[in-house]
Design a protein around this ligand. Structure first.
Ligand code: IPD
Length: 270
């Protein structure tokens, strides 16, 4: 495929991601209006899981109607095999606990990979009326405005976003790591959505971010948006981002945070 063809393929994948994320966001937002915390019993399964599933079903249906030969990997539902070399990576609602509590900070994430590389992405945040999008090599935008992340600040002036997993064992470990981070940074934020944390770097809402235990669907779409805005998104020691650890920040700050995290064993459960 020529360069011009590759660019127009990425743009058309991005356009589809945005259209599908917009429709899915409307569905999920309507569903959120009917949910109260009292509807859930011991954990945010039942009603929230139901909306998660319905939203992902809509996304899968729309993607496969437009591109029947593509593969789909989603948080809910089985992996859909494909033959086109394009795989969609989907998180119908990232920030499910925020969603459950009626808060606005959750997002619908749709990313397209070509031969394993994320080339197009959309993150829709209906509660804030924001649509983020990016194309590999083509920059990141929010509602049409180009995003450029602010340059690095020294670690002691960095507002660092992070998140915690769902298991007690992992959380205990993450709390220990946090003890080793918080004295050396401006402050910590736990926003409740990894996707919003990552796109928040592109906006300058935070300076850096790290988290252990994310799934590919949590970071695929928002990472491309952050990267295209000039943020370095990687794993520990410059490796690829993975479930072990995702670290993000502008060049210079990424490295400083990585240095701080490495001796703390932030990429292990202890
Ligand atoms: C979670 C959120 C949260 C992060 C967790 C994720 P979910 O995703 O992104 O901020 O700390 O690690 O699992 O469960 O809301 O889709």
């Amino acid at each position: 495929m020529g360069t011009t063809d590759a660019v127009s393929e990425r743009e058309s994948l991005r356009d589809l991601a945005v259209a599908v994320a917009a429709e899915a966001g409307e569905l999920a937002a309507r569903g959120q209006e009917g949910i109260t915390v009292l509807d859930t019993k011991s954990s945010p399964t039942d009603v929230v899981t139901e909306m998660d599933r319905a939203t992902e079903d809509l996304i899968r249906t729309r993607l496969l109607a437009a591109r029947p030969d593509d593969a789909v990997l989603g948080e809910e539902g089985d992996d859909e095999e494909g033959t086109s070399g394009v795989r969609w990576v989907v998180d119908p609602i990232d920030g499910t606990v925020n969603y459950l509590y009626g808060q606005p900070d959750w997002g619908v994430c749709v990313a397209a990979e070509v031969d394993g590389v994320v080339v197009a992405a959309a993150v829709n945040v209906p509660g804030r009326g924001r649509m983020y999008e990016a194309v590999l090599g083509g920059g990141a935008r929010r509602d049409g405005r180009v995003l450029q992340a602010p340059p690095a600040v020294p670690l002691e002036r960095a507002l660092v976003a992070t998140g915690f997993g769902y298991s007690s064992r992992r959380r205990l470990r993450q709390a220990q790591v946090l003890q080793g981070v918080i004295p050396y940074v401006r402050d910590i934020r736990r926003g409740g959505s990894a996707a919003l944390d990552l796109v928040g770097l592109a906006e300058g809402y935070y300076n850096a971010y790290y988290e252990r235990g994310l799934n590919l669907w949590d970071w695929a779409a928002p990472s491309l948006i952050a990267q295209e805005a000039g943020v370095r998104v990687a794993g520990a020691r410059g490796g690829p981002p993975s479930e072990d650890l995702v670290i993000a920040g502008p060049p210079g700050l990424y490295e400083a945070l990585d240095e701080l995290l490495a001796p703390l064993g932030a990429d292990t459960d202890g």
